[in-house]
Design a protein around this ligand. Structure first.
Ligand code: KG4
Ligand code: ZN
Length: 353
């Protein structure tokens, strides 16, 4: 009798040619427990997301151990709901795709172990998906005819980079942050301003009420590359706020949000356009949680129009972590015959860009 891996190796090879492929995706890298069913990489049949934001809010950020425990509590219910919403039976699932990294190790392990038991039980391939490829793939769900090559601006809580996406689930790094990720900078600025976790959406909201009228004193490195640095602006905002506090002066939170956001969005947008020009590619795709930022969208719309670049951004609900994007990436891994994993798969805190 064939072993589990021998059986799924054959199934994995067969899936490359199969007309309709149904992938179940699992995501648990941070504070969202999510399970989704996706057909042919582009059609969402279900996408159930149980967010732990309310649990972590009172700590001002994600507490890893609390996140793992809550993933355990939620995952079975989320899985059952995803199957019900998709109106399929488990026999119809062709493969299980799971985020193996980057993320919080304990949190990742919950999704990875659930995926392993499911794949073993159903005797179907288990595909180890990089969270980064997942964020990029959110765009294939939103724009079903989108095809590489394109330039991708990846902006999340853990990563900030510009990638040249040459093919589905294949990319080359053009530039990245040398210190903080942009989402991390948003969250830290929010925290110093006493805004609730996660800070990014709150900074975005308040910035709409403020003016871009503060020149923060920052020690930024002048660079002509496609790399970013956000720790200088973050520290400059922190110093600005502390200075006003020490002098007992009023802190204008909306103006600080607007000025900070304006600075980082300009950095992101201008370097993305520069990458398009350097590579000669006229398609720009945005991926990751910060792609939900309204000012980033507005700025990119303007610059892309001026420079004749087609802009693609994920639907708002697919910008932040969800399993739909993981299932979509899983489909493209199958078509490229990448990522098939044995049952010794484990979580990885970091993955290469
Ligand atoms: O991609 P994501 O859900 O998780 C990671 O893979 O890291 O990104 C989460 C990040 C958080 O830092 C959050 O504050 C930020 O995305 N974010 C935003 C907005 N919505 C989410 N940042 C700025 N403006 C937003 N509207
Ligand atoms: Zn993410």
């Amino acid at each position: 009798m064939n072993t589990y891996f021998e059986t799924v190796q054959k199934k994995f090879a067969d899936l490359k040619q199969k007309k309709d492929v149904i992938v179940l995706g699992i995501e648990s890298s941070c504070d969202e427990t999510s399970v989704s069913v996706v057909k042919n990489g582009t059609t969402l049949l279900s996408n159930v997301i149980a967010s732990q934001i309310d649990i972590h809010k009172r700590f001002g950020g994600v507490v890893p151990e609390v996140a793992s425990r809550n993933h355990i509590l939620a995952i079975e219910t989320v899985f059952n709901q995803a199957i019900t919403d998709a109106k399929i039976s488990t026999d119809e699932i062709d493969a299980v795709a799971v985020t193996y990294g980057a993320g919080l190790i304990g949190a990742l392990l919950v999704g990875v172990n659930f995926a392993k038991s499911l794949a073993f039980n159903l005797r179907i391939p288990l595909i180890a998906v990089s969270h980064i490829e997942g964020h990029i793939s959110a765009n294939y769900l939103t724009h079903q005819s989108l095809q590489p090559p394109f330039v991708c601006l990846l902006v999340s809580g853990g990563h900030t980079a510009i990638l040249q996406v040459n093919d589905f689930v294949e990319h080359k790094l053009l530039g990245s942050t040398i210190d903080d990720a942009v989402g991390e900078a948003f969250d830290k600025v929010a925290r110093i301003l006493n805004l609730a976790y996660p800070g990014g959406p709150n900074v975005d909201k308040l910035a709409k009420l403020g003016k871009n009228n503060i020149e923060f004193v920052k020690h930024s490195i002048l660079n002509t590359t496609l790399n970013f640095s956000f720790s200088g602006i973050k520290t400059a905002v922190v110093n600005y706020v502390h200075n006003l506090e020490q002098k007992g002066k009023e802190i204008n939170v909306p103006d600080i949000c607007a000025s900070f956001q304006n600075y980082v969005v300009n950095e992101l947008a201008e370097k993305s356009i520069k990458a398009c020009k350097q590579t000669g590619l006229n398609k720009l795709v945005v991926a990751g949680g910060v792609s939900a930022n309204s000012f980033l969208k507005e700025k990119l719309l303007t610059l892309c129009k001026e420079n004749n670049i087609q802009l693609f951004m994920p639907d708002l609900k697919l910008c932040t972590d969800n399993a739909g994007m993981i299932a979509s990436a899983g489909y493209f891994y199958i078509k490229k015959q990448k990522g098939l994993s044995n049952l010794d798969l484990t979580g990885q805190a970091t993955v290469g860009l």
